[in-house]
Write a protein that binds this ligand. Structure first.
Ligand code: UT7
Length: 316
């Protein structure tokens, strides 16, 4: 199988910012507790015209511009999300119309919760191998502020809204991203109801149990991807982990002996944006010039499902 590389990244983030101090007025919490336990200081929130669709489109446009690719060249579009504005049409179909993507390509949404972006990258690699077009658009977008229970201090302080996107390219002879993906059906640890529920549904999470799962899953995924690709920590330029909790990221990095200059956190600004968190990091790394063509990034995600995954992806 021919591999994919990232050609361009982009992000769409609403302007409204909710600080920890703002949350102190809504639930019994404190800036000190949130900062110490999670590393989060602020999160962005959709409001007014800054909707899910607007964020997703902004991130996709940014990625197309950075890649120097026109919408007609895209061979498939996947939006990783669990909080799309509508189930039908999918967010990817809405993007097809908004961006003027070709009509003879697959556009669909994919839900693997916080691991969604990595499930989507792997799916895109498979699709582009079977497509005459060589570029794909992968978006991770979430409007989590719509589904959190604003009376539950255990969850409402964690999540934020945002979108990140990548334009990827597939070429003969490029190495596969060697995705390692998995799931284990569990609706106790993290749950968000769908259409069957009747009333309004809120995201429910057993945080401490998810934390324990995550600190095991991240190092395991790192090890699996390194094993599958025959690489070592030294061969990887940057490690990008799902931004769920700064403590999870630091613990996992320490376990894997990853030096601090080789991983990155932006959870302090965005909180946990689920499927958007990994592409948001990728787009910031690119913007800051910390990754460039040839850079190798090992990305790991974990979350509801339960799901987990990792891959090694290069920048074109
Ligand atoms: O992206 C999907 C994957 N999600 C995750 O990876 C989330 C993983 N979990 C976590 O990040 C952490 O478990 C949390 C940040 C959610 C919670 O941190 P914790 O250290 O596991 O705290 P806890 O739930 O064990 O609660 C400790 C105490 C409790 O009080 P008592 O029972 O000891 O008196 C909570 O009621 O902290 C209390 N607490 C709070 N206090 C102030 C819980 N939330 C808050 C809050 N402010 N917001």
């Amino acid at each position: 199988m021919n591999g994919i590389k990232i050609r361009g990244t982009g992000r769409g983030v609403p302007g409204k910012i909710v600080t920890n101090r703002d949350l102190e007025r809504i639930v019994e919490t404190s800036d000190e507790w949130i900062t110490a336990r999670t590393g989060i200081k602020t999160r962005h929130q959709c409001a007014g015209e800054e909707t899910f669709s607007a964020m997703a489109a902004a991130s996709a446009r940014g990625a197309l511009v950075e890649a120097g690719i026109s919408p007609e060249e895209i061979g498939a579009c996947i939006v990783a999300t669990a909080t799309a504005e509508t189930l039908v049409p999918s967010a990817a179909c809405a993007l097809q119309r908004e961006l003027g993507l070709p009509q003879d390509i697959p556009c669909f949404d994919l839900n693997a919760a916080c691991t969604g972006f990595l499930f989507a990258l792997h799916t895109m690699e498979c699709l582009l191998n079977a497509s005459p077009r060589k570029f794909g658009l992968v978006v991770g977008a979430e409007n989590l502020s719509r589904v959190v229970d604003w009376t539950d201090r255990g969850t409402c302080i964690l999540f934020g809204d945002g979108a990140g996107a990548a334009v990827v390219e597939c070429q003969e002879g490029w190495p596969s991203i060697c995705a390692v993906l998995g799931c284990c059906g569990n609706d106790e640890l993290l749950h968000l109801s769908g259409v069957e529920s009747g009333g309004h549904s809120y995201l429910a999470m057993e945080g401490t149990r998810v934390f324990k799962f995550a600190v095991e899953a991240v190092p395991w995924c790192v090890e699996q991807v390194l094993g599958k690709t025959g690489r070592t920590v030294e061969d990887v330029d940057f490690f990008v982990f799902h931004q769920a909790n700064a403590r999870i990221i630091d613990l996992a990095a320490r376990k894997c002996r990853i030096p601090p200059e080789k991983y990155y956190k932006n959870i302090q600004e965005y909180g946990n944006t689920s499927a958007a968190s990994i592409p948001l990091v990728l787009s910031e790394l690119r913007e800051q010039g910390r990754v460039s063509p040839g850079s190798r990034v090992l990305a790991v995600g974990f979350g509801g499902g339960l799901t987990w995954g990792g891959c090694l992806i290069e920048f074109a």
